[in-house]
Write a protein that binds this ligand. Structure first.
Ligand SMILES: *Cc1c(COP(=O)(O)O)cnc(C)c1O
Length: 393
């Protein structure tokens, strides 16, 4: 069992920042102000590999370097293969773009009617409200605009976005993302959520944020009050490895849950980070214990300079096969590919159906045993005849 430690939550206190008053450590603005953003700072805390060193020197041309002290403490500084390290410390391969990779891998710009709005699905929109994050994931699908290292000059315009949503009654679901929406002040969030709530056709509001993971200190009482005021509100967080499930994150998730915010998790399948069934199981089990429902597991988008982090899709399907049925259904995320070029999220499932004929559907269970379920209903209902091609192809 590689994850025996799973029974305990990882807690390292203030680690390298033990000399800092606790009230500073627990203050999210302190965490933001004291982020590691330069190679000099990074090297004062740890020894970089030559690969990482070179990666850091280039980082400001692609996606800025930023790591909160809290998240930095989760890195095993003696292990060059540390799964936390790989997510936030640049490596030189980031500067290599292969033929399949794109700046806008899921075609967001071509589905953007006004700056900051991505309208790809019929009834819901993505609303990008900032281009900044608390820390930068090296495989970020929006690295073209996030952190503005590539001079993309994305300036979110709330009013244009709000106007678009107001004028489109088919939009019943708004997903706030960015950058990270929780970098906005409480009062800005209060304003934005208030404006969205005033729109009668908007039924469902959710926030996508990695801030609970990078900086759980941001989940303050006053932020929770804003969420209570504008609820129901859902949130998707982004945890990739069980080590990120700290006591602090658990406490932050509890504050959110107790404020009426249901939590989901979106992970990205990353080579050498979580492309292993035991790691994935430890992660999803920990998430459930933090009241977080695993929602999506993403195949890594074909973002420029990500090939060193992208796991094989087949590996992902294999992992899904080893989860479904083998553990709690609530723990099992949906594995998806966000279709290159802009087709939206498509489920990638192991194949359970083995045959479909006039009489029955034949299928395997999680143990590989074969079963059959009859198709005929009595009395025969002609409308119920299914189209085999629709189902299997
Ligand atoms: C992911 C995404 C959504 C939300 O998709 P769900 O499957 O409903 O979670 C909406 N719009 C865009 C552009 C997205 O990428």
């Amino acid at each position: 069992m590689p994850y025996e430690e799973d029974r305990k939550y990882w807690y390292d206190g203030q680690g390298l920042w033990d000399h800092i008053p606790e009230q500073d450590w627990k203050n999210w603005t302190w965490q933001l102000r004291n982020r590691i953003t330069t190679i000099e700072q990074l090297e004062s805390y740890m020894e970089l590999t030559p690969d990482e060193r070179e990666g850091c020197l280039f980082a400001n041309k692609k996606l800025a370097l930023a790591i909160t002290p809290y998240f930095f403490n989760l890195i095993d500084r003696n292990d060059p293969h540390c799964p936390i390290r790989k997510q936030v410390i640049p490596r030189v391969c980031e500067m290599t773009t292969n033929a399949e990779e794109m700046l806008d891998p899921v075609g967001e710009d071509s589905h953007s009617p006004v700056p900051g709005i991505v309208h790809r699905y019929p009834d819901r929109v993505l609303f990008l409200v900032t281009d900044r994050c608390a820390a930068y994931c090296r495989y970020c699908t929006r690295s073209r605009l996030v952190s503005n290292a590539q001079d993309y000059n994305f300036h979110p315009e709330y009013e244009a976005g709000l106007k678009y949503i107001e004028e489109h009654p088919e939009v019943r679901d708004v997903l706030l993302s960015g950058g990270d929406p929780l970098l906005l002040s409480d009062s800005k969030l209060d304003y934005l959520l208030g404006r969205l709530r005033e729109i009668e056709h908007v039924e469902f509001i959710r926030i996508g944020s990695r801030i609970p993971v990078f900086m759980p200190q941001r989940i303050t009482e006053s932020l929770c009050d804003v969420f209570k005021k504008h609820g129901p509100l859902w949130m998707s967080i982004h945890v990739n490895h069980p080590r990120e499930c700290t006591q602090e994150l658990k406490d932050a998730c509890e504050r959110l849950s107790f404020s009426g915010v249901p939590l989901g998790n979106q992970s990205v399948l990353l080579k050498g980070v979580n492309d292993d069934v035991e790691v994935m199981k430890a992660l999803i089990h920990r998430l459930l214990r933090m009241r977080v429902r695993p929602y999506y597991l993403y195949q890594c988008d074909l973002i420029t300079g990500s090939s060193h982090l992208r796991a094989n899709v087949c590996k992902g399907i294999e992992i899904m096969k080893q989860l479904r049925g083998h553990t709690t259904g609530y723990a099992v995320p949906q594995f998806v590919i966000d279709a290159p070029g802009g087709g939206g999220k498509v489920p990638m499932n192991p194949q359970y159906i083995t045959k479909l004929d006039e009489e029955a559907i034949h299928f395997k269970n999680f143990e590989g045993n074969l079963y059959r379920y009859p198709l005929k209903t009595y009395p025969v209902d002609e409308d119920c005849r299914c189209n085999k091609e629709e189902i299997l192809l």
